[in-house]
Design a protein around this ligand. Structure first.
Ligand code: AMP
Ligand code: MN
Ligand code: MN
Ligand code: MN
Length: 296
């Protein structure tokens, strides 16, 4: 497989198995139609969509990597760690993700109680209508319900007004530790990647530095540089940090929905020069489509 930055790799997106609105099959078809050559589905804290995603990717002629986006609490804030190229049958990873998912229902009930205090009623049942996987009720599902009842015009506004940290519907939650998440991914044979570091606005430079140091000390090996969550200036900033910390660079749209996502699958700029693409570390883990295997 082409291991250069020119490969159209999209290694971050969500299906109905977490908080996306498309099935794994529909995502695979969309990625292939947009020219993606190497694809991973990275549902939040959940690997239940991987088998379907792999089959659909291969049917559409794309190479595939297993993927997941693990929710972590670091220095009191939520950080996301993407895992790529792991064995999804690994028991440690499976149990770890299961325990991370476990608190979501209780948190969602608390969120609904807080939202009721500011006039948004029936939010638990309302959010559930948008949930594809009962284990994975997320803020995104609440956001869709709050748009439905007309309290906001889009989900970005819902996060600004109701669901971001400090807003009335936000309920603090303790996710996995950074060390646990990196270890689950590594022990299952995969590579851990810091997701969209530009999104952790509550971190000052010292905490961001600590995140990168501790992540690397735990054996993390990559960072998302080109993601739908970053500005062009952040591509440059995190390219520099990738080099400073000796991390490989990843590229992923973080696509959730045709109606909600600004960046479509496979449509991101290529990685800046001089970076080591994370897929060059994963050559042994990449699963080519059957036709490519037959030709090899
Ligand atoms: P949760 O895991 O339940 O805390 O939900 C996190 C998800 O909410 C993220 O994966 C995003 O899909 C979504 N999200 C977080 N912040 C925003 C935002 N400002 N605008 C739109 N979606 C957001
Ligand atoms: Mn999400
Ligand atoms: Mn994320
Ligand atoms: Mn994501």
């Amino acid at each position: 497989m082409n291991s250069t930055a020119l490969l159209n790799a999209d290694l971050h997106c969500h299906s109905t198995v977490s908080d996306g609105t498309l099935s794994p099959e529909a995502l695979a078809a969309r990625a292939a139609a947009n020219g993606v050559e190497l694809w991973a589905l990275t549902d939040h804290d959940e690997i239940g969509g991987i088998a379907r995603a792999r089959a659909a990717a291969h049917a559409a002629g794309m190479a595939f990597l297993s993927g997941v986006e693990v929710s972590v609490t670091f220095a009191g804030e939520t950080v996301h760690i993407v895992g790529l190229g792991f064995d999804e049958n690994d028991p440690g990873l499976r149990h770890g993700l299961e325990s991370t998912r476990g608190g979501r229902e209780g948190r969602a009930r608390e969120m609904a109680a807080e939202l009721a205090k500011v006039g948004i009623h029936g939010a638990f049942e309302g959010a559930l209508k948008y949930v594809g996987n009962p284990d994975l009720i997320s803020r995104t599902h609440f956001a869709r319900y709050i748009v439905e009842v007309g309290a906001c015009s889009d989900t970005a506004e819902v996060f600004r007004k109701y669901l971001a940290d400090g807003k009335p519907g936000f309920v603090p939650h303790r996710w996995a530790s950074l060390g646990d998440a990196v270890r689950w991914i590594r022990d299952a044979g995969g590579v851990a990647v810091i997701a969209h570091p530009g999104r952790y606005h509550r971190f000052d430079a010292t905490k961001e530095y600590a995140l990168f140091c501790e992540f690397r000390d735990h054996g993390g090996r990559g960072v998302e540089v080109v993601t739908g969550s970053h500005t062009a200036a952040e591509y440059g900033k995190y390219a520099d940090m990738a080099i400073e910390f000796g991390l490989a660079a990843s590229r992923g749209s973080d696509f959730h929905s045709p109606a909600e996502s600004r960046t479509d699958l496979g449509r991101l700029p290529i990685l800046p020069g001089q970076l080591t693409p994370v897929w060059s570390l994963l050559q042994e883990r990449i699963e080519p489509p059957p036709a490519a295997r037959a030709a090899a």
